[in-house]
Ligand binder design. Structure first.
Ligand SMILES: [Zn+2]
Length: 366
């Protein structure tokens, strides 16, 4: 795949293209930065470009070596997927064979010792088919502790025809002795406008929701492309009803709290235990947005960009103290959940707390 199709992180792309042009491929590289910005993708693109017969600082995708490189990547991914399915732990690393372009990634929670042992055996032999060998180690922080020394040994005596690319979100999780042997390429979160363009071009996300998805992806292309918009909207809908009923209960027009509707909302909140954390997370986002709107008005950098008028209305209804009280209630609900206390109970008491007449700065109900 050509570098032109890579989204964002132009400085990182420039760095690797400069390496290719200068014909100076380091023995070890470390690609580090947030999840979902394309670190592994760029490592694979680099390896393919390095062996392309036609282009110096890119891959044509058509020459025999480019095609072979693509096959090797596919083969490695299929092999990893197959091994992850195996129940018998001994068989997971049985018969490991490494291509000249090899992707190495965790098979279990870890990259296993045997995976690194095979890497060491192969690294010092001449490449079989390609002019240079690339070992791309994805999630390098998950190399089993028993195998880290082995990898370090290889990196201390770098094989001439092999380049290692370690891919790792947080370089601090790697041992410093490994880190110091790598040339580092740093990645940043991708600009929201670039993600927006990507959503327009490559997804079915409806136009009015594209900005929302781009914002909630927090600079991650991966997160934007895999974003569960229906799930997000369903979780949000519950909160919209909740805040709506609550603001009605507190507002001057409806002095009598709508208890029934309130509890219906919280009951819906806890209907699906598995997504309880996600639901609470969405609630936190909305409360944070209300605080932002209260502080900076309509231009506030809120997450839920398509809800600004509602956020403004609720923020006015709850006031600063009310939003903070809700936030504290949410945190309490989260603690209760961790301690496995009945979730419904936690949220019901939170709702009662919110509409009780004891809160300062609000007219007493009745
Ligand atoms: Zn090519």
């Amino acid at each position: 795949m050509s570098f032109d199709s890579f989204i964002g992180n132009s400085a990182a792309v420039q760095t690797v293209r400069d390496m290719l042009r200068a014909d100076r491929m380091p023995g070890a590289l470390l690609f580090t930065g947030p999840e979902g910005v394309g670190k592994k993708t760029l490592a694979l693109m680099l390896a393919q470009a390095a062996v392309c017969e036609r282009l110096k600082d890119d891959s044509c995708g058509e020459c025999p070596r480019c095609r072979r490189a693509a096959e090797m990547i596919r083969g490695a991914e299929e092999d990893l997927a197959r091994r992850r399915e195996l129940k018998d732990s001994a068989r997971r690393v049985e018969g490991l064979l490494y291509f000249d372009l090899q992707l190495i990634a965790p098979i279990t929670r870890y990259i296993l010792s045997e995976q690194i042992r095979v890497l060491r055996q192969v690294a010092y032999t001449r490449p079989f088919e390609l002019p240079r060998r690339f070992f791309i180690i994805d999630q390098a922080q998950d190399i089993h502790w028993q195998a880290v020394d082995l990898l370090l040994k290889v990196m201390e005596e770098p094989p001439e025809t092999t380049t290692f690319v370690l891919v790792c979100p947080n370089a601090g999780e790697l041992r410093s002795t490994i880190r110091s042997r790598c040339q580092r390429v740093t990645f940043s979160p991708v600009d929201e406008d670039l993600i927006l363009r990507l959503l327009k071009e490559r997804t079915q996300v409806p136009e009015p929701k594209q900005r929302l998805v781009a914002r909630l992806a927090h600079g991650s292309v991966g997160r934007a492309l895999a974003f569960d918009l229906p799930g997000c909207l369903a979780r949000r809908e519950i909160w919209l009803e909740f805040f709506q009923s609550l603001s009605g209960g507190l507002g001057a027009r409806a002095r009598t709290p709508d208890w029934q509707r309130l509890f219906d909302s919280t009951r819906k909140l806890t209907g699906d235990r598995d997504s309880f954390d996600d639901i609470l997370g969405t609630g936190s986002e909305l409360l944070r947005d209300m605080l932002l709107v209260l502080e900076s008005g309509e231009t506030a950098p809120v997450s839920h960009v398509d809800l600004v008028p509602q956020l403004k209305a609720w923020a006015a209804a709850f006031g600063f103290a009310g939003i903070v009280a809700l936030k504290e209630g949410l945190d309490e609900a989260h603690r209760l959940q961790i301690r496995n206390v009945n979730q419904q109970l936690g949220l019901d008491s939170l709702a009662i707390g919110m509409v009780s007449p004891a809160r300062p700065g609000q007219p007493a109900p009745g």
